[in-house]
Design a protein around this ligand. Structure first.
Ligand SMILES: [Mg+2]
Length: 140
């Protein structure tokens, strides 16, 4: 089985407070923020020997390199996929659609995300993939 994982809030921890500050102040510490993320959920806990794991994230282009390095350090062997173009987190439907495009290309059957809104959107768009919410973050 092919299993897809979101990155922020699933494979690595997030700090909503810090992220909000970074966005508000165009902070130059943004790379540091992503570099210092700690692993959260281990994909290996979900996998049998024949399963494959993939990471799909909507992080924008300027964070692709640091994200690839982070994955290589903490989850080597698990490939990371980025959206075709930079999309704002304020446009969850477009993000959901592009994540699903990647899932279909990869043949992913189950996808785990921490965002209630993404899960809700993705379930409406693609009934053939199972979407699981992890973490139960309260969103504002
Ligand atoms: Mg997330």
């Amino acid at each position: 089985m092919k299993i897809g994982f979101d990155l922020d809030g699933v494979l690595c921890d997030i700090s909503i407070t810090e992220l909000d500050l970074l966005h508000r102040h165009q902070d130059k510490n943004d790379l540091l923020y992503y570099m210092e993320r700690k692993p959260l959920l281990s994909p290996y806990m979900f996998m049998t020997e024949s399963d494959e794991a993939f990471c799909i994230t909507s992080r924008v282009r300027k964070y692709h390199e640091i994200t690839t390095r982070w994955m290589h350090k903490y989850l080597p062997g698990i490939p990371v996929y980025f959206l075709r173009k930079d999309l704002s987190y304020t446009n969850p439907e477009a993000v959901a659609k592009d994540k699903i495009r990647i899932m279909k290309d990869l043949g992913i059957e189950v996808y785990i995300d921490d965002s209630y809104h993404f899960i809700k959107n993705m379930r409406e768009i693609e009934p053939n993939i199972k979407f699981i919410q992890y973490g139960g973050r309260i969103e504002v």
